[in-house]
Design a protein around this ligand. Structure first.
Ligand SMILES: [Zn+2]
Length: 277
């Protein structure tokens, strides 16, 4: 199995990253640890150096381009707290990091996230986020790497940016939260769509399930986004790459195929997109 979006590089796993990665290894799970700013990108690359089943992505998440602190209730089981100190995107520094190891398989996560921005700051922040995204598209193209895209509340802007400044190696819309038309548009452009544990939640995601049901099987990516959004039956716990099993199970159920088939397809898709042998 393949967890194409993990954050074992985050502080949440500081004490037991080794056991966590080994639990994944025992289940045959490979993972990409994803950076969200420079420090976590460096950490992702370090883990990739240390473990055979770990790859990495380096990038600056739109959340981290300004200073902020948020607390968001996902449901009664989970409240996510994130803090940002505001990082300025340093092209050369990220380029050097990406070139430092061949376990770096993508640029990301980057993209657009207007969800936490107040109305008065929105025009200015949209501009900044779009600028940083364009710089990272340039970096991905210079290094010939695909991109892991995070997008929340900015899907239309995202599609127009990707049309004006196309990615050579394309990439994946991770944790997709747009509507069916926006998903179709991305899939037509050649992008992959990533599904997390939210597809197992009872009270959510009619649209996401509809996309999963209708889209081409060869573009589906399985991911956890751990430590967040642990799938049922692990709801309420810290998520980890080994739990990607429950995401794959749900994909199999929604598509009416066997678990083994879903496992094979999602793993092949990730290995093809990220050029991982
Ligand atoms: Zn993430």
């Amino acid at each position: 199995m393949f967890d194409a979006h993990a954050h074992v590089n985050f502080r949440d796993f500081k004490e037991d990253y080794d056991e966590t990665i080994k639990r994944a290894q025992q289940k045959g799970v490979s993972m990409i640890n994803i950076g969200s700013q420079f420090s976590t990108s460096e950490r992702a690359v370090d883990l990739g150096e240390k473990y055979d089943n770990c790859f990495s992505a380096v990038g600056l998440h739109p959340f981290h381009v300004v200073e902020r602190e948020v607390e968001e209730e996902v449901d009664e089981h989970e409240t996510i707290k994130i803090k940002s100190r505001a990082e300025k995107f340093d092209y050369e520094k990220y380029k050097k990091l990406a070139l430092s190891s061949n376990n770096v398989v993508a640029i990301g996560e980057c993209g657009l996230d207007y969800h936490y921005t107040t109305e008065d700051k929105l025009p200015e922040e949209k501009k900044l986020q779009q600028e940083v995204l364009n710089q990272q598209i340039d970096l991905a193209n210079e290094l010939d790497l695909p991109m892991i895209i995070h997008c929340r509340d900015g899907q239309d802007d995202l599609v127009s940016i990707l049309r004006n400044n196309p990615l050579k190696k394309l990439g994946e819309a991770h944790f997709f939260s747009g509507n069916l038309d926006q998903a179709k548009e991305l899939i037509e452009m050649g992008y992959y769509i990533g599904f997390t544990g939210t597809i197992t939640f009872k009270n959510r995601v009619e649209t996401v399930l509809e996309i999963l049901k209708k889209m081409s099987l060869d573009r589906i990516i399985s991911e956890t986004d751990c430590p967040y959004v642990a799938p049922v039956p692990m709801r309420g716990q810290r998520n980890e790459p080994a739990y990607v099993e429950y995401v794959v199970k749900k994909i199999a159920e929604v598509r009416g195929i066997s678990f083994e088939e879903a496992e094979k397809i999602t793993e092949e898709n990730a290995r093809r997109l990220f050029n991982v042998k």
